[in-house]
Design a protein around this ligand. Structure first.
Ligand code: UDP
Length: 375
């Protein structure tokens, strides 16, 4: 008898990190995989679904403009509960730290359906950084029956919270599976990422700083400081800024107001995943407050400066490829300038290093789930 695994996700990073898991589960005899998207972030999610060739079995389409966290959570819980009543899965898989992951785990728990948590055990130790993600993932931990920790550090954090050691499996982060698989696809089919060729020509001879920013903690003053810092970086003639901008109005309005239009800055729409990988490859340095980008940049040997005060991904910092720099304007500018002028400082950070995984995390996850069912 085959067992049904329902994979639930709602945002771009979850889709990137789960499409290899959905594929691996689908290739495992004895498992039937079903997918449900909540579309907590519609546009960015759809970009990934299209590239991954994934058409969800259920689409709750819950995105509302200006949605509050409590209304979103309430709708997610009700919507996902109804899906679980209809699908009657044997297991629910959630990923990471979103409201979808938290509500998905809770809805499964209310139905006594076991939960598997992909990317378990990330902790900053501060419930407001990242907010509300730190608490979302902590809520999933006591519920989950299987914890797929990307690294030993994450596994250790779970053990410290008294999670039973035999339910924790160190698998690597599935983002590296997604990155390597998509890079291999681009190598076969360069047209998948050819849309940046014009920009690469325009910026030829300049060092490209790739910027992404979207964290809630940085909305307001932090975002304005980031905008001013980008302006100062772009004022250097030898440097260009490539900035695929998150559509969140808090990001867009701060950038419109403070940064405006500049020759050396390409503020562009969010890139689909193959194009974002190409952007990472074009980059000399990455400046970001993203979680996933902190994991991808080291894998490609790109120094990454992280605009946060704390990180739940210390592995890149320990390996020397990432540095936490916060959002002070002068600090951002001086850290970037150091990497631009000091070649020793640059090469110390620009080493391809993969503390986050080897590209086989999804296969390990599918195997553990199948073994747990005895299929
Ligand atoms: N990403 C993308 N296009 C972009 C910017 C980011 O595909 O224009 C990818 C990136 O490669 C990473 C993921 O989106 O895998 C990170 O998502 P985000 O920064 O939104 O969320 P976080 O990782 O901080 O939760």
């Amino acid at each position: 008898m085959s067992r049904t695994v329902l994979v639930v996700f709602g945002t771009r990073p979850e889709a990137i990190k789960l499409f290899p898991v959905v594929q691996a589960l689908g290739q495992t005899p004895g498992l039937k995989v079903r997918t449900c998207v909540t579309a907590q972030h519609r546009g960015l999610l759809d970009q990934v679904l299209e590239i991954a060739g994934l058409s969800p079995d259920v689409d709750l389409d819950l995105m509302e403009p200006g949605q509050t966290l409590d209304r979103l959570t309430a709708r997610l819980l009700t919507g996902l509960g109804e899906v679980m009543d209809a699908e009657r899965p044997d297991m629910v898989v959630v990923q990471g730290d979103t409201a979808t992951a938290m509500a998905g785990a809770l809805a499964a728990y209310y139905r006594r359906v076991p939960v598997a948590h992909v990317e378990a055990g990330l902790r900053s130790g501060d419930i407001y950084q990242p907010w509300p993600e730190e608490v979302n993932r902590r809520i999933v931990a006591p519920i989950a029956a299987l914890h797929f920790a990307p690294t030993d550090t994450a596994a250790e954090a779970l053990r410290r919270e008294n999670i039973a050691a035999d339910t924790i499996h160190v698998t690597g982060n599935t983002v590296i599976d997604a990155l390597l698989a998509t890079r291999a696809r681009i190598a076969q089919e360069p047209a998948l990422a050819a849309g940046l060729d014009d920009l690469a020509d325009r910026f030829a001879g300049k060092r490209v700083v790739l910027v992404t920013t979207h964290r809630r903690e940085n909305f307001g003053g932090g975002m304005e400081a980031i905008a001013r810092a980008i302006g100062r970086i772009a004022d250097r003639g030898d440097t260009a800024v490539l900035f695929p901008m998150h559509p969140n109005p808090n990001v867009v309005s701060a950038m419109d107001r403070v940064l405006g239009e500049r020759d050396n800055v390409a503020r562009i729409a969010p890139l689909d995943y193959p194009h974002f990988i190409r952007a990472l490859e074009l980059a000399h340095v990455v400046l970001t407050d993203s979680g996933g980008v902190q994991e991808e940049a080291p894998a490609l040997g790109k120094p990454v400066l992280v605009m946060r005060e704390t990180t739940e991904r210390p592995e890149g910092v320990v390996a020397g490829t990432a540095r936490l720099i916060g959002t002070d304007e002068d600090r951002i500018v001086s850290e970037i300038f150091t990497l631009l002028v000091d070649s020793q400082a640059y090469s110390a950070m620009a080493r391809a290093h993969n503390p986050f995984g080897d590209g086989h995390a999804s296969a390990r996850i599918a195997r553990v789930i199948a073994d747990g069912f005895g299929v």
